[in-house]
Design a protein around this ligand. Structure first.
Ligand SMILES: Cc1ncc(COP(=O)(O)O)c(C=O)c1O
Length: 472
């Protein structure tokens, strides 16, 4: 923009300080993430959200919505928590910023200790980032440097699962298994290989219907990939406890036990990417606990502050820190805003809320109720599968329930982009209709949600999915 900057002293509702309609300014200046902007160029209105309270959010026109996705798997403690805003203000007044590059501040120290206490095993070293993708990036870089330092310099490759999303930095994007997200940015960081995920609904015939056999089969694919690449070249395996992209794939029984065994046998680091699953989403601070495994690294972000300020972390085992303990060696990696004082202070206060209000217990108690409510939708012809854990569920949509036939690209485009997301939002439910794998609707409300919110989600989904089926 080349006009003279002016700062208006008064802002009219719905207008920017320069007097532009907000929706117009959004269309003309705000480059939205993962957004098809033609929708707005062609006359569509950018939804502008202005306020939140508990599980509810309101748009600029005053319309209320049920937040069925906790923002973006983030707002665990719910919207409108004044105490988190107050903590942020106090920390900004005391010390708004100082880096953790050879210096420290109390909030980062206290939070590092607290996260280490919650993390299982020897995962005691907390490296802060500003978000999840940076945590994944940090984990791969650490894995490479660690193996160089212990005399295994050829171990640099990573293995992850198909359709999994691990972030957008070029390393994390190489770990990501969604071809459409990668293609425009190739060549990416070399050395990232994919194995099958744990989509039990679409398990191969020879193990379908036998969860244990499926778990064993899926874990063994990781070993197969390690051996194909050569164990002396593989540094790490990245997996989510419950894979988000593709629509909530929980691990089959025995999967992580076998994966841990495989990683140990080949000296490959097991990275638990808990950017979504940590902080109560499944019912524990770290979801590896829910599934009984101890990784070498946990990556986390989103729910740590319930979104009241951004932060992420890579939590590494003592063993990985050992080569950095002495001599001239450092992890030559960092972010200006990593471990930001305001975010760290807010995270501490957010974790206080978790403890005081028993949010993890609430999730564990209410998860079966949530599941049972969503499973009522299985009577609809378009609902093929309801799956997930904790407060994290996916509903897979199909064209034929018997054959599990999915929608072709054009139908998917018409159904998900053209109708579902908008119709659900207009009916008062903010959630996600996703087709990075087969088409799914995903639900992950704030962790303070209960039966009334579950019923409301079911009611709106039933209405909108019935209409979607009629339109097909
Ligand atoms: C499993 C997983 N890893 C990494 C990321 C990237 O996190 P961020 O968007 O904070 O960079 C995400 C984001 O959704 C995620 O779900």
């Amino acid at each position: 923009m080349t006009t003279t900057p002016e700062t208006a002293t008064r802002t009219e509702p719905g207008r920017t300080p320069r007097g532009t309609e907000r929706a117009d300014a959004a269309r003309d200046h705000l480059w939205m993430h993962f957004t098809r902007h033609s929708t707005y160029e062609d006359g569509g209105q950018v939804p502008i959200m202005v306020r939140g309270e508990g599980c509810r959010v309101w748009d600029a026109a005053g319309r209320e919505y049920l937040d069925g996705l906790a923002g973006l798997f983030v707002v665990q403690a719910g919207h409108g928590r004044r105490e988190l805003a107050d903590v942020a203000a106090r920390q900004a007044a005391d010390l708004a910023f100082f880096p953790i590059w050879s210096y420290a501040h109390p909030a980062a120290i206290d939070l590092a200790e607290r996260l280490a206490t919650h993390a299982p095993g020897e995962l005691n070293r907390v490296f802060f980032t500003t978000g999840g993708g940076e945590a994944v990036e940090s984990a791969w870089k650490l894995a490479k440097q660690y193996f160089k330092l212990i005399g295994k310099p050829t171990k640099h490759k990573v293995i992850s699962r198909s359709v999994a999303y691990h972030g957008t930095p070029q390393g994390a994007l190489a770990v990501t298994g969604v071809p459409d997200l990668r293609a425009p940015y190739e060549p990416l960081v070399p050395g990232a290989f994919k194995v099958p995920n744990t989509n039990a609904y679409r398990a191969p015939d020879h193990v379908a219907g036998d969860q244990k056999a499926f778990g064993r089969w899926a874990a063994d694919r990781v070993e197969e990939a390690i051996l194909a690449e050569g164990a002396d070249t593989v540094a790490a395996v990245f997996v989510e406890p419950v894979q988000n992209s593709g629509g909530c794939f929980p691990p089959p029984p025995g999967y992580f036990e076998r994966l841990r065994e495989i990683c140990d046998a080949h000296d490959v680091l097991l990275v638990s990417d808990e950017v979504i699953c940590a902080f109560g989403r499944i019912g524990s601070m770290f979801a590896c606990e829910d599934f009984g495994y101890v990784p070498d690294i946990i990556t986390c972000a989103k729910g740590m502050t319930s979104g009241y300020s951004p932060i992420g972390a890579m939590i590494a085992s003592e063993r990985l820190f050992e080569p950095f303990r002495s001599g001239a060696t450092s992890f030559l990696h960092g972010y200006t805003f990593g471990g930001h004082p305001v975010s760290a202070a807010v995270a501490m206060a957010n974790l206080d809320i978790f403890e005081r209000e028993g949010l993890n217990d609430h999730v564990r108690r209410q998860s079966p109720v949530f599941r049972a409510t969503l499973e009522k939708l299985l009577d609809l012809p378009i609902v093929g599968d309801v799956r997930g854990e904790g407060f994290f569920f996916g509903i897979e949509l199909v064209k034929d329930k018997v054959t599990k036939e999915t929608f072709d690209d054009a139908e998917s485009e018409r159904l998900l982009r053209g109708f579902l997301s908008k119709a659900l939002f207009e009916a008062g439910l903010y959630c996600r209709a996703d087709d990075r794998g087969d088409p799914v609707v995903q639900l992950a409300p704030p962790l303070v949600a209960g039966p009334a919110e579950f019923d409301e989600m079911e009611r709106i989904l039933r209405e909108v999915l019935t209409e979607a089926w009629a339109r097909l």
